[in-house]
Ligand binder design. Sequence first.
Ligand SMILES: Cc1cc2nc3c(=O)[nH]c(=O)nc-3n(C[C@H](O)[C@H](O)[C@H](O)COP(=O)(O)O)c2cc1C
Length: 200
Amino acid sequence: MTSSKPDIHLVAICGSVRPGNYTSKALALAADEARAQDDVRVTVIDPAEWSLQPAGMGGDGEPAARLQEVVGEATGVLLATPEYHGSFSGVTKMVLENLGFPSVLASKPISLLGVAGGAIGAIKSLEHLRSVCSHIGAIVLPGPVSVANVQKVFDEQGKCLDPGTEKRVRGSATKLVDYVRGHICPRLCLEQMAREAAES
Ligand SMILES: Cc1cc2nc3c(=O)[nH]c(=O)nc-3n(C[C@H](O)[C@H](O)[C@H](O)COP(=O)(O)O)c2cc1C
């Protein structure tokens, strides 16, 4: 019996809604890298377009339900945050709180990306975000990517001016796709084969 390759659907979540934000510029590079694979499609989540509310203030309403549906159907997640006040952004946390309790991120592979205006990079935000995502039950992939001095590394049009940084940012997507291919697709293939066998 031959089975078609499973479609890989990634969701790329941006943790900044600041106009002209650099988080989305870095995330766009990672999404572009993933899209270069013919079996991968990427849905970008810009929280500015989602009318999300904090939990208890409408965070269990229709936008949250829709978001949970989209993220819940994803094979893997690229999660990008800016570093704000030594941690990940409030917007990133609000997105996480809109993903349900228990979270639809549970058991999903996640690749983390952080950008910071400072020279130290997004180290603290990525550590905090790893902790929260692990708590939720997500499979947080090792080697989160931090971009320091982000305003110098990207121009305002989103072009990355540093080839080394571009390679690392794109690598955050490659790592996720490789993990999905190696660990999630075999399971999806088996499920698909079982379904096809049951239908024949
Ligand atoms: C409220 C706020 C807090 C910030 N705190 C930090 C910080 O702790 N460390 C740092 O390196 N940059 C900090 N920055 C700078 C951001 O990392 C920088 O603006 C960067 O562009 C990422 O944010 P963006 O995606 O919204 O553009 C802060 C910016 C804002 C708006």
